[in-house]
Ligand binder design. Sequence first.
Ligand code: NCD
Length: 300
Amino acid sequence: MKHLTDIKALDQASIHLLFDLADSIRSTPVATTRSWHAGRSAAALFFENSTRTLCSFQMACQRLGVDVTALNIAHSSTQKGESLRDTLLTLAAMQPDLFIVRHPENQIQQRMIDWLPPHIGMINAGDGTHQHPTQGLLDLYTISQHKTDWASLKVTLIGDIKHSRVANSLIDGLKIMGTQQIQLYAPDALIPVALKHRNAPNLPAALEGADVVVMLRIQKERLPLDLDVDFATWHASYGLNSETLSWAKSDAIVLHPGPMNRGIEISDAVADGPQSVILEQVTNGVLIRQALIHHLLSQS
Ligand code: NCD
């Protein structure tokens, strides 16, 4: 494997391999892991805003000894009319081993792979509304630290499912792990047609018996102009707070990929409360990305 653009390219065995690798990296001093890929280099191209994903990839690279260069697109020649292909080939001519790309267009990384020389790897750090495979992996890895039996889990995702690449990668990942009970809850307009059968009739039904609750932001930047989402009433209908969380199992864990809109999809008390594993997701994100980058760079 040289690339990861879609979590569906992985099977249970390869996901377990990445989890085992992340576990062993967790217990290896950074001074040691820094020597694993010394001399290799990566280029991070983020055509959309990012806080945790970009920093997480940068730290993952650095902790493996990979020199990472992040291109600030707002200050790049894209603003002078350079085509995406020319930007990519210019950077490829500097001979990095790996590209890490986030872009608003669905499946663009697959096209980029076709433009690039075959020895350069590619990781999708989020493409439009399509996939965010490393987020899916870090979510699964975090769940695996709290829950043991994938087959009997009930996982509930609440929020803007339709525009969420995080939801797509997590749902695909859960199916790979054998989870059957994947429950969604959102207004009809924010559920993809193909997933409507998974939409709960109301919030109590969505949360009842849930082992894992995943809250998602409304992707304001991706909403169609004619869709009017009422942010003022969102929390009352779709929000997670101490009362609504009590409808889930008492040992349910709460995930959120960030960025959180506190007071809209999630209350402060839940985001900062004992059932929240949101910061564990961030810590695990660096480890799982280290595992993936180590795995990809070890193939060449
Ligand atoms: C998400 C993304 O960019 O897809 N954030 C992330 O990567 N952790 C979710 C979001 O923007 O709401």
